[in-house]
Design a protein around this ligand. Structure first.
Ligand SMILES: NC(=O)c1ccc[n+]([C@@H]2O[C@H](COP(=O)([O-])OP(=O)(O)OC[C@H]3O[C@@H](n4cnc5c(N)ncnc54)[C@H](OP(=O)(O)O)[C@@H]3O)[C@@H](O)[C@H]2O)c1
Length: 321
């Protein structure tokens, strides 16, 4: 019998890819959305549900409402908690970022605890933001590993990183206390092909600007969304998976390299020339490769496939030479 997996924030860039891979593998997927009235946010998921072997159902759940996830998690085999704000315009960091991240994580993890009789494992989409320490550097003095915890960010300084760190800490605290099997995936900046036509994810906004020759503000620590999807699925399918997994290329990638890849693939368009920053190894990505067998896609495919899908969907309008 097919497994049933809950994916929170199913409409998002990362969660859509998780849903796509689960549906491709025949899982029953219960996706949660903020509002079933906002059909434009989830019609791409319905199309995936119709095209792929798995069965998709969509359910309303509110990150801030206690108990909101209890019904949708009931009877599920696995829970993927991905919903969390990753937004560029923050007015009130507590309300806009920390509350939905931390209270949302608490509500979802507690729902899994209440359904411990069926839930075999919960996977929380954390972030490299909960690992990295810009000031202090890695604790081993050379590369960031899963042992590192961001203890520098605060509500006033890098509040997104703070929200992800506090949310992950909350997930570990509850799961340890309650004996729930938890794994976290800690991606760096996620890029790659888009499935929906939405334009409000930070990953999409920044890469769209690049494709439209408007800006080159791409974070140099990167990973492909398909690898992030695979890491999540492997995190439930590999029985021995445990702890945190940094999922990322281990070295920085320059905007000059993105420009070269896109200029070769799309010679008819203009792109920012980018900055020629030398590649620097910043993190150790061996745990996910050794323990889950994940092999990372080369970054050039990430850029080409993201630009292609953005252009095909009419989201990005590249500038002709
Ligand atoms: N993209 C990256 O580079 C990156 C890197 C590391 C970690 N992550 C993590 O990956 C996860 C997904 O990010 P993403 O890039 O896929 O972002 P996204 O496309 O903006 O998706 C975010 C999802 O979270 C939901 N959400 C946001 N705020 C919410 C709130 N207050 N209440 C209920 N739902 C809310 C959104 O719902 P709506 O559809 O209703 O807006 C959406 O489904 C997040 O946990 C993020 O921290 C992302």
């Amino acid at each position: 019998m097919a497994f049933t997996a809950v994916v929170t924030g199913a409409t998002g860039f990362v969660a859509t890819e998780i849903c796509r891979q689960l549906l491709e593998k025949g899982y029953n997927v219960r996706g949660t959305v903020r509002s079933l009235a906002s059909k434009e946010k989830y019609s791409h998921l319905q199309a995936l549900g119709e095209a792929l072997p798995g069965v998709l159902t969509l359910h309303e759940a509110d990150l801030l409402a206690e108990g909101s996830f209890d019904d949708v998690v009931k009877g599920a085999d696995f829970v993927f908690h991905t919903a969390s704000p990753f937004i560029r315009e923050v007015h009130d960091p507590q309300k806009d970022l920390v509350d939905p991240a931390v209270k949302g994580t608490r509500n979802v993890v507690q729902a899994a605890v209440k359904s411990k009789d069926t839930v075999k494992r919960i996977v929380v989409t954390s972030s490299f933001a909960a690992v990295v320490k810009s000031q202090k550097g890695p604790q081993n003095g050379s590369l960031f590993t899963e042992e590192d915890w961001n203890d520098e960010s605060s509500l006033d300084d890098q509040p997104y990183r703070f929200s992800k760190t506090e949310a992950e800490k909350e997930a570990w605290a509850i799961s340890k206390r309650e004996g729930l099997d938890l794994v976290t995936i800690n991606p760096t900046f996620v890029l790659g092909p888009v499935v929906s036509s939405r334009t409000d994810a930070t990953s999409i906004i920044l890469f769209k600007d690049f494709v439209e020759n408007k800006g080159a503000d791409i974070i140099p620590w990167q990973v492909d969304v398909r690898d992030i999807g695979r890491a999540h699925v492997l995190a439930v399918e590999v029985p021995t998976a445990s702890g945190r997994y940094i999922v990322s290329h281990d070295s920085t990638l320059s905007t000059k390299y993105i420009s070269e890849v896109l200029s070769e693939r799309f010679p008819q368009y203009q792109f920012p020339s980018g900055e020629d920053a030398p590649a620097k190894q910043v993190l150790d990505n061996s745990k996910v490769q050794k323990e889950l067998g994940l092999q990372l896609l080369p970054a050039k495919f990430t850029y080409i496939d993201m630009a292609t899908t953005l252009i095909q969907k009419g989201i990005a309008k590249p500038v002709a030479k």
